[in-house]
Design a binder for this molecule. Sequence first.
Ligand code: HAM
Length: 421
Amino acid sequence: MSSANQPVQGMSDIAVPEVRLWQRIERLAREVLARYGFEELRTPVVEFESVFTRSLGETTDVVQKEMYVFEKGGRRLCLRPEGTAGVMRHAAGLGAAETDGARWYYIGPMFRSERPQAGRKRQFHQCGVECMEPPSPLVDAEILALQVDLLRAWGLEDCEVRLNTRGEGGGHAKVAEGLRAALAPRQAELCEDCRRRISENVLRVLDCKNEACQAIVATLPPPTDFMSEASRTYLAQVASHLDLLGVKYRVDPLLVRGLDYYEHTVWEIASMALGAQNAVAGGGRYRMQLGGRELAGVGFAIGLERVVGVLQALGLDAKMMELPPPLVWLVGLGGDAMKQNLALMQQLRAAGLACRMAPDGSMKSQMRAANKSGAAWAIIRGDDELARGVVALKDMVSGAQETLPLDRLVTHLAGKLAPKL
Ligand code: HAM
């Protein structure tokens, strides 16, 4: 193993057969998203670092530890660690008339320099949406329902939705104050990280994995106690809309998202089929300042490696894979037949058929190549067939062979392959 034949640690090639599962997942996603009125937005993988540092929050793990940052031409650039900020950067460059009510989705790679472990990659893929309709519990519920719908379309039924509120933007300081005051008497018992978090980002104490910290967190009043009545009402309305839509969820007052741009509704979706890193998706309502504009929306991102992991764990991956079209393999005996087959192959392709041929080799080796490729049919031509204007057509599954006039080949094949297409 060397750097010349291995991808960078934490990054992967996605090859056949698994890539067929990815194609299916992406196709189904586009179908479902179109039904909800979303249009695709493709933003660059490379952005200015400041797009993320400001919006995600200076004290988040993503910004502090996980960004791939580099300098070019005196500008600090980075590989995008997530999709929301880039979409909002795009929105910041548009007029209000174009962003009001915008519904965008994206499917693509994100980069976080995390310690690689099962389910945690340094290049991973997200399918996400951002919706810029005016803030409303109704929209939040619709977007969460869309996410559940999408997961179901992929065959992920057993997911658990945890729902919470981050409270209105203006109330964040009050929540932090309340939690700090509640934690003050227990400060000495917290882990070193949490003692630092108290001043930096006290909410993160709530999702510390340390057992001693968790025991203390269990005794704290829930953050909603420090929020406004309006924040609690907003959450209750989202919950009631979800009930109306038949979306199952569990309100988890300790759910904290790892990014700071959220306000009001937040959620995470986990699959029981995964191990430690079981978060399949996360989302919520957010607000950020970019390019002198205040931008707000609601959205989510689903980790596609995790979706693939669930499908593999459930044994659904092979069934879900996109099938390539049935293949016709052209076998030529002699240089003339090879040349004529090259031309015939293009005619067949122009008629919509998938074709391949080997550039040389004996009949036996060409048939071996046809078999290996999984071809449905082989067209065999030698000097004799060329002279008579016919082809031998072999069904690679049954082994049956017939001779056909060349001018009937396309209609004949199209008719045979139609049911398989
Ligand atoms: P996030 O929770 O950071 O949210 O990421 C969403 C999903 O991406 C996670 O639930 C997980 O499935 C996947 N993911 C994250 N990091 C990794 C990793 N290192 N390896 C594999 N998968 C990973 C966001 O990114 C927000 N932008 C979501 C959002 C959109 N909120 C509002 N709009």
